[in-house]
Design a binder for this molecule. Structure first.
Ligand code: NAD
Length: 290
């Protein structure tokens, strides 16, 4: 039986962190600190865990991390003023806003306020537009992670057939655009796509980002394909245990695919590494412009 090579997100993330460490070092020799400011509104749930882990990672990597913890009831005006202040503060290299924001806050308006030069999650429409045009910009971290993972396999994108399952603004759509920039033939699918399996079986490179546990089964994958699993879901096993799984039925697909990224230990750690890399990119460009 064929066994897919595992695309090890943790190992790739370590490599990225080594590269960023030397760049951070370089900046600090020039008297420049790299600083990421994150905003979180309300402190319940997954976002606050992510924010804490982010702070820990930044500390380990020599990046200053300032978390602005705002009350759940805060007005949109106060968030607007904070972002405006951070945009013009030269000590701040990078800004991100943790989601979800409360219902009374317009998320897209807030994201559009972040200066494109500091928008390390690539959520300002200006950055998305620049990706389409192939201009230098800050690209959403998960999409960057997926591209790095595909490139790590050495499989050529040019002329390949890629299928992306899931088409959200922050994950699926940017991935599709980045693949197009590499002159791949790209098919974008969503929950209304008929005959999904016929499309996925035709893919040399298959990416799934839906959040539907184990949607991609072994018989939906072409032999030897590169499969990147972005999904993260918590399920309860028949034995009553809670487990994190991806969109891909790992045990089935590893018998068919050429390369496969696991969940956990795949796109997740690489996404965090890409946030760090975007932060350093933003700091270097700000330095260059001074
Ligand atoms: P979303 O809910 O915004 O979008 C889901 C997309 O999947 C939609 O386009 C929808 O049409 C499509 N979809 C849903 N069911 C489908 C089906 N049965 N067949 C085909 N398409 C289907 O989700 P999102 O924010 O893009 O996140 C997707 C998944 O990726 C989630 O599990 C999320 O937790 C995970 N994620 C992981 C990382 C990471 O760092 N690893 C980052 C972001 C998101």
């Amino acid at each position: 039986m064929q066994q897919a090579k595992i695309i090890d997100g943790k190992a790739l993330a370590r490599q990225v962190k080594q590269q960023t460490a030397s760049r951070i070092d370089q900046l600090s020799k020039q008297g420049r600190r790299v600083r990421l400011d994150a905003i979180i509104v309300g402190n319940e749930g997954a976002a606050s865990i992510y924010a804490r882990n982010q702070g820990k990672m930044c500390k380990e990597e020599g990046v200053e991390y300032v978390l602005h913890e705002l009350d759940e009831q805060i007005s949109e005006q106060v968030i607007t003023e904070l972002i405006t202040r951070l945009n013009s503060d030269s000590k701040v290299s990078a800004i991100m806003v943790h989601l979800p924001l409360p219902d009374h806050v317009d998320t897209e308006r807030i994201q559009a306020l972040i200066s494109p030069a500091k928008d390390v999650e690539g959520v300002n429409p200006a950055n998305i537009g620049n990706i389409v045009y192939g201009r230098r910009s800050l690209v959403p971290c998960t999409a960057l992670a997926v591209m790095e993972m595909i490139e790590s396999t050495g499989v050529s994108l040019k002329g390949s057939r890629c299928v992306c399952v899931g088409a959200s603004n922050i994950v699926g759509k940017p991935i599709v655009v980045l693949l197009m920039r590499h002159e791949a033939t790209v098919i974008s699918t969503n929950k209304y796509t008929p005959e999904l399996a016929d499309l996925t079986r035709s893919a040399d490179i298959l990416i799934s980002a839906t959040g539907v546990p184990e949607l991609i089964r072994g018989d939906m994958v072409k032999s030897g394909a590169v499969v990147v699993d972005v999904g993260i879901s918590r399920i309860t096993t028949p034995q009553g245990q809670s487990r994190t799984v991806g969109d891909v039925a790992f045990d089935e697909v590893k018998e068919v695919a050429g390369y496969l990224s696991p969940v956990p230990g795949g796109v997740g750690p690489m996404t965090i590494a890409m946030l760090l890399r975007n932060t350093v990119d933003a700091a270097e460009r700000a330095n260059f412009q001074q």
